[in-house]
Design a protein around this ligand. Structure first.
Ligand SMILES: Cc1cc2nc3c(=O)[nH]c(=O)nc-3n(C[C@H](O)[C@H](O)[C@H](O)COP(=O)(O)OP(=O)(O)OC[C@H]3O[C@@H](n4cnc5c(N)ncnc54)[C@H](O)[C@@H]3O)c2cc1C
Length: 360
């Protein structure tokens, strides 16, 4: 009975293809080997599946993950951090960062993230390449699979996997990204103070970003695909009552124009097919973000768009021992400094949790 339970446990942690192979081998194995031998094989396979045990596992290497790593290291939690496919996170694809405190002259995004990494490593965080590809939070210790291969057991897990901006998918948008094309008005609007800019989107975030830009820029050209906006009534009213926001209804973006930097945007009215070229210095895309939370969806409570829900005022999720920080749980602020702040919260919450459980 014990051996069967072990075998079932073992199957729980492996991919379907592996389970089929094991099942096919099971019948001849049963005939060939004694139960004792089978038990030894089971134990060996199980050791392969759970190949490492760690105290605190941090998933993600943006401002949230690295800050969690700094605090967790200094609290002697011996954190292991997996960087994911974008070591350093979203700021590695931007140029100047002017709003992160402590850099009076501003700093390039990639350089700032190197500083984060260096500081976390100096405190003793074990920083590794690798992607979390699956989790099993059904019991404690928590299980996280890395690169579809090895499984790690962790007493506490901090999720800091961020969110990705959605783009229109135009080649010119990609080419001029960071040269006037941006997905963050709060981050980059200041660089276009006193200039004309365009923004595409029609939801609450787009409305909020258009209003933010209207206080810095001379004219904000707002491109809306339909003849209505998705934004709440109050936000729509604020947009429509702001003198320097000009809304283009039924408008599709054809192309962002410019050689080295954004110079204009060409749109087509999808009812009349009329084309208009609007001279602008920047093009903001505000059509939404996608939180990188897919692998957690069977275990962690999320809102309808995939943002992880945390208990207000904490980084705690619905699963004991699992904490979330940064953009993956923040659909409102989405800034490096707020991500870092919540990374600190997650490490402190993890430390308290481990202390209460006698694991630290
Ligand atoms: C172009 C641009 C410019 C910006 N400019 C500014 C600015 O000037 N100032 C500012 O304050 N904010 C700015 N922001 C916003 C800022 O970058 C984010 O708010 C911040 O990076 C969020 O930090 P985070 O740690 O939550 O996530 P992210 O920075 O998104 O990092 C997420 C990390 O998780 C990792 N990851 C994801 N999935 C997995 C997985 N399955 N396994 C392992 N790792 C995983 C990724 O590899 C990445 O390292 C900008 C954003 C963009 C896109």
């Amino acid at each position: 009975m014990v051996r069967w339970v072990r075998f079932a446990d073992m199957l729980h942690g492996i991919r379907p293809s592996q389970s089929i192979k094991l099942f096919i081998f099971w019948i001849p194995l049963k005939k060939l080997f004694s139960r004792t031998l089978l038990s030894i094989i089971s134990i060996q396979l199980m050791e392969k599946i759970i190949s490492e045990k760690v105290n605190c596992l941090i998933i993600g290497s943006g401002p949230a993950g690295y800050t969690a790593a700094i605090y967790a290291s200094r609290a002697n939690l011996k954190p292991v951090l997996y960087q994911g496919i974008q070591p350093g996170g979203q700021l590695t694809i931007t140029t100047e960062v002017e709003n992160y405190p402590g850099y009076p002259d501003g700093i390039q995004g990639p350089e700032m993230m190197q500083h984060f990494e260096k500081q976390a490593a100096r405190m003793g965080a074990d920083i590794r390449y690798g992607l979390a590809t699956a989790v099993d939070f059904s019991s404690h210790p928590l299980k996280v699979q890395i690169d579809e291969e090895k499984w790690i057991e962790a007493n506490a897990v901090i999720i800091s996997t961020g969110a990705s901006a959605k783009w229109l998918g135009l080649p010119s948008e990609q080419r001029l990204n960071g040269h006037g094309v941006s997905a963050c008005a709060v981050c980059d609007g200041f660089f276009f103070k006193g200039k004309e800019v365009a923004i595409v989107g029609a939801g609450d975030t787009a409305a909020e970003e258009a209003l933010y830009l209207s206080k810095l820029c001379t004219t904000v050209h707002m491109i809306v695909r339909k003849d209505t906006m998705r934004a709440s009534k109050i936000m729509q009213e604020r947009v429509l009552n702001t003198g320097n926001i000009k809304v283009y209804w039924n408008a599709e973006t054809d192309e962002v124009l410019g050689d080295q930097k954004v110079e204009a945007v060409r749109i087509t009215n999808n009812k009349t097919q009329e084309k208009t070229t609007i001279p602008v210095s920047a093009f903001f895309v505000a059509i939404g973000h996608k939180p990188n939370s897919d692998i957690f969806k069977d275990w962690i409570d999320m809102d309808e768009t995939g943002y992880i829900k945390t208990i207000p005022g904490t980084s705690k999720t619905n699963v004991e021992g699992v904490f979330a920080s940064g953009d993956v749980q923040d659909k409102i602020y989405r800034q490096a400094v707020t991500a870092a702040g919540s990374g600190c919260m997650a490490a402190l919450d993890a430390e308290r949790f481990l202390g209460e459980k006698g694991l630290h």
